[in-house]
Design a binder for this molecule. Structure first.
Ligand code: HEC
Length: 182
């Protein structure tokens, strides 16, 4: 066999091997792309959406990580653990805030129509001390519901537990270790 032909013969298996490797890598890449991020996007428990939304809206900046309220910037925020409010009322307070207090409103349409206590911004003209304060971020319907659900299922009427603490901080922390449970 002429040398020139031999070289093509030896080249062919290696080409085949390269193709197989390329296909294998492609299949692997497609799997990683298809499976990897999907797991990350779909699996987190629903309550974490409420928690992450509450964090982004900075609810805890005033109500504290434990939700038990206390003094901070914005004055004394009421305890969300002791709040007697119903789901409906929680949603109203989140959307509309409380005029005359430091509890801000989070609904973009608040006081533009009369869905907040039947009042609009015009009602506060010349009354700056009671004018509703705007939240750090607007929350849409889904986000307001998620935050209200989070407050109801994890905070309202409950003691501060290590489990809550670790969920809030995303893992064990020194602060959580200090929590004494009965
Ligand atoms: C700038 C500070 C501040 C931020 C941010 C804030 N709050 Fe408040 N919140 C307050 C204060 C102050 C009060 C007490 C109002 C009053 O005196 O009636 C309050 C009251 C409330 C109440 C009424 C509780 C009751 O029993 O009457 C709820 C519910 C509430 N906040 C939930 C939230 C949620 C949820 C968020 C985030 C989306 C949030 N707050 C963000 C300061 C804040």
């Amino acid at each position: 066999m002429p040398i020139s032909q031999m070289s093509t013969l030896t080249a062919q298996p290696s080409l085949l091997a390269k193709s197989l490797l390329a296909i294998a890598l492609l299949v692997l890449a497609v799997n990683v792309l298809a499976v990897g991020p999907t797991i990350g996007v779909e699996v987190p428990p629903r309550k974490n959406y409420g928690l992450s939304t509450a964090k982004r809206a900075n609810c805890m900046g005033c109500h504290k990580w434990h939700g038990d309220g206390g003094t901070g910037y914005g004055g004394a925020a009421i305890s969300l653990r002791k709040t007697p409010l119903t789901r409906e009322q929680l949603i109203t307070v989140i959307k509309c805030g409380r005029p005359g207090t430091n509890m801000p409103y989070f609904d973009k349409q608040a006081y533009k129509n009369d869905e907040c206590y039947g009042m609009t911004f015009e009602d506060f003209d010349g009354d700056d001390s009671n004018r509703p304060l705007q939240g750090k971020k607007y929350l849409n319907e889904r986000q307001v519901n998620a935050v209200a659900n989070f407050v109801m299922t994890e905070i309202q009427g409950k003691p501060i537990t290590k489990a809550y603490c670790e969920m809030y901080f995303g893992g064990p922390t020194r602060e959580c270790d200090l929590i004494k449970e009965p």
